[in-house]
Design a protein around this ligand. Structure first.
Ligand code: GLN
Length: 485
């Protein structure tokens, strides 16, 4: 099926003119027509820009001009990235009618690379969640089993790629929102180093943790997508002013002698036995590939969830203060004064989970509590970062599960936010430390649901991680299976 081809296979067909870029975009929309009703991966189709880009690609193929590697390859973006003159909702009623007057930097880069954006993908409201159930435009479903969640918060992007609606997609990852849905949907997802990809035009959730990154059905597609969106941006003061390596140049080199540390705390209590077995098997695959495996401790892992949720909610409460009915999006009608207009707008515009976080975050930042919560959390954050620094003195990469369980049933955690927050225990330490992390398919449980293994690397080690990921992928065949949807 064309819909499950990789970008390099499609590129060959494009260059040989067996298919046009327009036909490829047609294919994507046909597939969406066929399956999206079942998964609700996309909340808006952006046909006009997709076809405009495809037309440009076809023109250039006609005159044999050089084409960027992903030219003509259909991509979906999470709907918290601003697209000029195209509705950008962050999955919230408060932004239901918001059309940004500018493109996010990554959107500009997609245009420069002639990558057709086929649609805006569903998400948890303001990217707050682990299941893609909290958005204002309905929940998304897991293509492997539509009774299950796709993971979150970038669940729409992951489901779109896993079901063949898009070849690649972009998500954002604040505490695991790329890696978790990638693992639940059986695809590859990467959170780059903090600062590697510009956040300009990404609707902020928690600014010191947010990072945009790619999804694909194979490692090479993820590497090429990362290549297209990476780089310094003067519009984002936290953007890294460091050269972007060629991520596919050495991807096929072997990994003999690579030192991999398995994070002990993440294979301990609370982990599902089938997930544990798949992760241990992944470590064995790496050993067979010539890597050495040792156990590594990240001792402060046990404080990661509380630290993360204090920091993330504090930053969220401050970032979301801008949605007051004055400047953007929804304004509640009929309020008798300014204060009532603010409060009514926010009461009507935000969903439950977002309100919970604004309240908790505001509390943590309020005078008298700031030192006890926010400051303390920042101190523990430094300790977690130090744990990683120490680990990377001994090993090159770390390995762990992405999540202690596989995809869970829709609705099973919605009344219990704490159990939802626990889903992030293996992913959020990378965000707290600014480190890159990647999720790779590494097995299936007895219900046929995908399991993901995570690699975490030192700052800006994306090229090494992609090489290690590519080697694993070539030695296994989990990525070749597709959901029967
Ligand atoms: N599940 C985490 C949260 O709700 C992570 C979300 C994300 O990475 N955007 O905060």
């Amino acid at each position: 099926m064309l819909c499950y081809k990789t970008s390099s296979e499609l590129r060959k067909s494009l260059l040989k003119r067996e298919i046009s870029a327009k036909e490829l975009v047609d294919e994507a929309y046909n597939r969406i027509e066929l399956v999206d009703e079942k998964i609700n991966g996309l909340i808006l189709l952006t046909k006009e820009i997709a076809y405009k880009t495809a037309e440009e690609v076809d023109k250039r193929i006609g005159i044999k001009a050089d084409l960027p590697p992903l030219a003509g390859i259909p991509l979906a973006i999470k709907d918290n990235m601003c697209t000029k003159d195209i509705t950008t909702t962050a999955g919230s009623n408060i932004l239901r009618n918001f059309t940004p007057p500018y493109d996010a930097t990554i959107v500009k880069k997609l245009h420069e690379n002639l990558i057709p954006i086929i649609g805006k993908a569903n998400l948890d409201e303001f990217a707050m969640g682990s299941s893609t159930e909290t958005g204002a435009f309905g929940l998304s479903r897991n293509p492997w089993n539509t009774a299950m969640v796709p993971g979150g918060s970038s669940g729409g992007s992951a489901a779109a790629v896993a079901s063949g609606e898009a070849v690649v997609a972009l998500g954002s990852d604040t505490g695991g929102s790329i890696r978790l849905p990638a693992s639940f949907c059986g695809i590859v997802g990467m959170k780059p180093t903090y600062g590697r990809v510009s956040r300009f035009g990404l609707i902020a959730y928690a600014s010191s943790l947010d990072q945009i990154g790619p999804f694909g059905r194979c490692v090479e597609d993820v590497a090429l997508t990362l290549q297209a969106i990476s780089g310094h941006d003067h519009r984002d003061s936290t953007s890294a002013d460091r050269p972007v390596p060629d991520y596919t140049a050495n991807i096929r080199d072997n990994i003999r002698g690579l030192r991999i540390g398995v994070i002990a705390e993440m294979l301990g209590k609370g982990i599902n036995s089938e997930v544990k077995a798949a992760i241990e098997n992944a470590a064995r695959v790496y050993e067979e590939l010539g890597a050495s495996i040792e156990e590594i401790s990240i001792p402060h892992t046990e404080y990661a969830i509380s630290t993360y949720y204090v920091v993330a909610m504090a930053e969220a409460s401050s970032n979301l203060a801008r949605f007051d009915g004055v400047k953007y999006g929804y304004r509640a009608p009929g309020a008798e004064n300014l204060l009532k207009m603010y409060t009514k707008t926010r009461a009507e515009g935000f969903g439950e989970e977002v309100k919970r976080r604004i309240m908790l975050g505001t509390y943590a930042l309020s005078s008298g509590y700031y030192d006890a919560y926010y400051k303390k959390a920042q101190q523990v954050r430094s300790l977690i970062k130090k744990d990683f620094d120490a680990a990377f003195e001994r090993v090159d990469l770390l390995l762990s599960p992405v999540c202690p369980v596989t995809a869970f049933e829709i609705g099973s955690k919605t009344d219990d936010p704490l159990s939802m927050y626990l889903m992030d225990v293996c992913t959020l330490t990378a965000n707290l430390s600014g480190l890159p992390g990647i999720s790779l398919p590494c097995g299936f449980d007895s219900k046929g649901l995908p399991v993901g293994v995570q690699l975490i690397g030192p700052v800006l080690s994306e090229d090494l991680m992609l090489r290690a990921a590519y080697n694993f992928e070539q030695a296994t065949d989990y990525h070749l299976r597709h959901p029967d949807i």
